[in-house]
Design a protein around this ligand. Structure first.
Ligand SMILES: C[S@@+](CC[C@H](N)C(=O)[O-])C[C@H]1O[C@@H](n2cnc3c(N)ncnc32)[C@H](O)[C@@H]1O
Length: 237
């Protein structure tokens, strides 16, 4: 059986599985004027760490969606355990099950690189209100590198597509976002600060192969640390 990196994240139940972790999410959201009437879609919510935080901290109207049934189940377990009144739904970002103009903000944290952006980014634009905003945290190549050098990355993160900041900017503009701002946040990994480290909710029984895939991921990130960075894209419709 061939396990994908995304299967691995789901089975290990990795929460905060995006560059910068919950710390970066909190910093970005502090710049927004969030309140109980703000409608937010957490597209590709994973185990729901971000959704639970926003619902608790700001009381926003939250919708959490992911296309992985295990992730959806674990997000709902998190919401139940934390008494957060949310229910994650299964669905795909390429075909969002929501009416046009439904959300003030769509948040997408390390998700779009795994999607078909010719469909997912226009879908996000469609479900946003006329003055809505997409906040996307995505890995970005610091410079264009040859396909051959990308092969090991492609091997581990199958179906992922690695883009430069410029390529992401173009994709967002092409989908109709009027302004696109790319930020290069500095977030220091700090083992003492739980907001900078992921949390886990393991499935049982656990095949040890998943720990190997995670180890490969950590080694891969290290070996590409000068080539592969990340950006927070703030895109206004
Ligand atoms: C790297 S994880 C990030 C999860 C979460 N945003 C976080 O920061 O912890 C990527 C997530 O995107 C989800 N995903 C990937 N492709 C998707 C798609 N086409 N539609 C919906 N969710 C998708 C995966 O199942 C996974 O939960």
């Amino acid at each position: 059986m061939n396990y994908s990196y995304l299967d691995c994240l789901a089975v290990l139940g990795v929460g905060g599985a995006h560059p910068g972790g919950l710390k970066l999410t909190k910093d970005l959201l502090a710049n927004e004027n969030l309140n109980e009437s703000t409608k937010i879609l957490d597209a590709g919510c994973g185990t729901g760490q971000t959704s639970a935080y926003i619902a608790r901290e700001y009381g926003c109207h939250l919708t959490a969606l992911d296309n992985n049934a295990i992730m959806v189940e674990k997000a709902n377990e998190r919401f139940l355990a934390g008494e957060v009144p949310l229910k994650a739904v299964e669905g795909t970002v390429e075909e969002l099950p929501f009416a046009g103009g439904s959300f003030d903000i769509v948040l997408s944290e390390s998700v779009l690189l795994f999607t078909d952006i010719a469909k997912s980014i226009p879908e996000i634009a469609r479900v946003l209100k006329p003055n809505g905003k997409l906040i996307a945290i995505e890995m970005a190549m610091e410079s264009k590198i040859r396909d051959k050098e990308l092969e090991p990355l492609k091997g581990l993160y199958e179906n992922a597509y690695f883009r430069t900041e410029e390529e992401w900017n173009q994709a967002f503009s092409h989908a109709g976002f009027k302004t696109v701002k790319a930020e290069k946040p500095e977030v220091q990994f700090d083992p003492e600060d739980i907001d900078t480290v992921p949390d886990y909710s393991l499935s049982e029984p656990m095949d040890p192969v998943y720990f190997d895939i995670m180890k490969d991921h950590e080694e891969m990130m290290k070996s590409y640390e000068n080539t592969l960075g990340f950006r927070a894209f703030i895109c206004n419709k």
